[in-house]
Design a protein around this ligand. Structure first.
Ligand SMILES: [Zn+2]
Length: 137
């Protein structure tokens, strides 16, 4: 049994030598493919086709020898998901601080910043452009 596993490991290592392997984009493709193939039971057979295409794409990337192109794809993907991630993070912070902080916008550059809540009328300096503005919080 051990011999068989060793041979299998050796086989996998030889197969993957010089190949790109997995990355975040690859993982997401496989996960979406799995979700689609499960949802296909309720939402229609076309989702099975999409799932299969995504899976083939994921494997094609994994076995690719073109590191440069695969890295670039993954970088573009990570940048695309980072933006909404930041927005969601900001919303979470605002929600967590909703009792102690009021969020106001600078009337000059429209940057958003926090002021202590319930302090009445405040004169604030924008942290981005330095303009002074008045806010009631
Ligand atoms: Zn400003």
């Amino acid at each position: 049994m051990q011999g068989f596993l060793d041979k299998m490991n050796e086989g996998i290592r030889k197969l993957m030598a010089g190949r790109y392997g997995g990355d975040q984009l690859g993982t997401v493709l496989v996960v979406i493919s799995l979700i689609f193939s499960i949802l296909a039971n309720w939402l229609g057979r076309w989702m099975t086709v999409v799932a299969l295409i995504l899976l083939v794409l994921a494997f094609a990337r994994m076995f690719s020898r073109n590191y440069e192109a695969r890295r670039k794809e993954n970088r573009v993907f990570l940048q695309a998901v980072a933006q909404p991630g930041k927005v969601i993070h900001r919303q979470r912070v605002k929600f967590a601080n909703r009792k102690t902080k009021a969020y106001v916008r600078c009337p000059h550059c429209h940057a958003e910043f926090a002021l202590p809540k319930g302090k009445g009328h405040l004169r604030a300096t924008c942290p981005k452009c330095g303009e002074k503005s008045e806010h009631t919080v």
